[in-house]
Every structure is written in structure tokens, then in C-alpha cells.
Design a protein around this ligand. Structure first.
Ligand code: UDP
Ligand code: MG
Length: 314
């Protein structure tokens, strides 16, 4: 039985050695063969040279190196496409996903009736309150309007069986949102809670704005509900205009002509203009995604690897 650990790395020179040491300790105690599949996502620091060094010392280490930064989603996809294990896990390089959970996760898969074991943080300690609030709202909204079924606090850290990996690889969309994909493909998932762990070293690659865009992208990738917002707005505004039409006609009939209402007319014009642009924007988002999807560009380009038969472009 082989276990593959997929580790996306982008500028992780401070944490990779630590990660390798800790994971090797844990895996050494487990009764299975394993590979550590590092994906260097176009790092600009020493990440790749550290990986090469580790690969020379440790035969468990394999790496794929992208020709540029394609993002964590692409790195995970490359990992799934090239991992050969019967069990496959995704982990962050910064030790926020504790390797110590792996033995228990594997046991659950081997002896339980689950296809994957996923980790979730049970607290958001140490995070700005505004970010927590938005995160909470995001999970509420996406679960209500899509099939994606995402648990609050879910991380990308999970161990899964081969069948699940095949299903993920078969979803070849280029606008990828893994949290949604994991939920969409189904299978039986066990949720393992653990307390939040701070990054071991280096810096997070996410800021509030990036996270916000990631969330909006996730919703658009997994739901058409925002499009119907446009129709509802349209219907609501039509209703309002009928009511005001009635009001104007009645006023004319009952009280005669008047030139009042200049300000309110401008207000209504601006309001309707705003709503129209907003709805056009929603449509634009979907069209943009469709446009990118129809180009069928590769998800990633590998410039270097020490693993046999990798698909260099996919
Ligand atoms: N990562 C990546 N490509 C990117 C950004 C991040 O491969 O463009 C990797 C990063 O090296 C880390 C993981 O994705 O292993 C999670 O990133 P980070 O720790 O910055 O995110 P956070 O844990 O703060 O959500
Ligand atoms: Mg992290």
C-alpha cells in the first residue's frame, strides 16, 4: 500500500525542511510506504533548491516544479494527476495541517466505512473578527445556493481513497475551487476537528481582498443563483414602476398638473442605472468564466521534475 502526500509550496523556504522532518518522523512510525510529492508553484526563493537537496537525501521526496506561479488550486491538481498512491493526502507546507493526524486518518479509512477524512478547524482564534464574519457568511451562502456542501472551517487538508482522486482528476474545469469540488463529488467524508495552528514560518499568501475574491469565485463556480438575482431585481423594479405610474396618473387626475418631482426622477434614474450595472456585472462574471473555460488552456506547465512519467503540460 502506497500513500502519497501532495504538498503545494510557494515561497516556503523557511518551512520546507521543518515540514519534511516532522512528516518523516510521523510516516516512519506508520506501517506503509509513502511518497512526499512537493509541487513547487513557481517559487521565487530557495524552495526549489531545497527540494532538490532533500530529494538527494531522501528517496521518498519527489518534486514537480511549475514554470511560473499558477496558484494553489493548479498545484493541487498537478498533485492529484501525478500522485500514484492508493491513499492520497493534500497538506500545506507550513505545518498548519498537522502530520500527526495522518495515522488516525488512515485508520479511519482502512477500518471505517469512509472514503475520505477531512480536517476542519474548530476555532478561528488569532484571526481578525471581520475575516471570521465574512468566512461564516460565505459558508452559509454557498451551502444554501449550491451543491457544493462545504463545512465551516474546512481546510484543504484531507486524506482520500484512490476512487475519490480519480473523480477529482476527471473534473477538468480550469476555474477550480477545491473545497467545492470535494463536496460536489460526494463520497462519505469523516470530519476531524482540531484547534487552529499558526503558521510555522514564513507568511500567508492570502490577504483579505484575495480571500474575498476567492469566495466570490467559489460561489460563481458552483452556483447560478447570482444570475437569478438579476431577474428578481428586474421584476421588483417593474412592479415599483407600475405603482409609481398609478400614483402619478391619480395625482394628475385628482389634483391637476404639477412640475414637482424633478429630484425624485433623478433618484429613480440613478437607482435603476445602478441596478442595471450591478446585474450586468454579475452576467459579466459568468461570461468571463465561460470565456476562460472555452480556451481550454492547460492548468499548469511543469518545467522540471524528478518523478518518472509526469504529464508536463495538462
Ligand atoms: N500556495 C501555493 N501557491 C500559491 C499560494 C500558496 O502553492 O500561489 C501554497 C503554500 O505554499 C502553502 C499552501 O498553499 O503550502 C497554503 O498557503 P498559505 O499558508 O499561504 O495559506 P493559509 O494557510 O494562510 O490559508
Ligand atoms: Mg497556511
Amino acid at each position: 500500500m502506497l500513500m502519497s502526500l501532495i504538498i503545494p509550496c510557494y515561497n516556503e523556504q523557511e518551512s520546507i525542511r521543518m515540514f519534511h522532518k516532522e512528516t518523516t518522523e510521523v510516516m516512519g512510525k506508520m506501517d506503509c510506504s509513502y511518497e512526499l510529492l512537493f509541487i513547487d508553484d513557481g517559487s521565487k526563493d530557495q524552495t526549489l533548491s531545497i527540494l532538490k537537496e532533500l530529494a538527494l537525501q531522501d528517496a521518498h521526496v519527489t518534486y514537480l516544479s511549475f514554470s511560473r506561479n499558477f496558484g494553489k488550486e493548479a498545484a493541487m491538481y498537478a498533485g492529484f494527476c501525478n500522485a500514484s498512491g492508493d491513499y492520497v493526502a493534500v497538506m500545506d507546507a507550513d505545518l498548519q495541517d498537522p502530520p500527526a493526524l495522518l495515522p488516525q486518518m488512515l485508520k479511519l479509512l482502512q477500518y471505517g466505512e469512509y472514503d475520505s477524512v477531512a480536517a476542519r478547524r474548530d476555532s478561528r482564534e488569532g484571526e481578525p473578527p471581520v475575516r471570521s464574519w465574512f468566512a461564516k457568511k460565505f459558508y452559509q451562502v454557498i451551502n444554501r445556493i449550491s451543491d457544493a456542501d462545504i463545512v465551516d472551517g474546512a481546510r484543504d487538508f484531507r486524506l482520500m481513497k484512490r476512487e475519490m482522486v480519480e473523480a477529482i482528476v476527471s473534473m477538468g474545469e480550469c476555474n477550480r475551487f477545491s473545497k467545492g469540488i470535494f463536496g460536489w463529488i460526494g463520497f462519505r467524508t469523516y470530519w476531524m476537528s482540531y484547534g487552529n495552528i499558526a503558521r510555522a514560518a514564513g507568511q500567508s499568501k492570502w490577504n483579505f481582498w484575495k480571500l474575498f475574491q476567492y469566495g466570490v469565485g467559489g460561489i460563481i463556480n458552483f452556483s447560478n443563483a447570482p444570475l437569478s438575482i438579476a431577474s428578481w431585481f428586474g421584476m421588483f423594479m417593474t412592479f415599483c414602476s407600475f405603482v409609481s405610474l398609478l400614483f402619478i396618473v391619480l395625482r394628475k387626475v385628482l389634483f391637476g398638473n404639477s412640475v414637482d418631482g424633478w429630484a425624485s426622477t433623478i433618484c429613480v434614474i440613478i437607482l435603476i442605472g445602478g441596478i442595471q450595472l450591478f446585474c450586468l456585472g454579475i452576467m459579466g462574471q459568468y461570461i468571463a468564466k465561460t470565456y476562460m473555460e472555452t480556451k481550454h488552456r492547460p492548468h499548469y506547465i511543469i518545467s522540471e521534475a524528478n518523478k518518472a512519467d509526469v504529464e508536463k503540460i495538462r
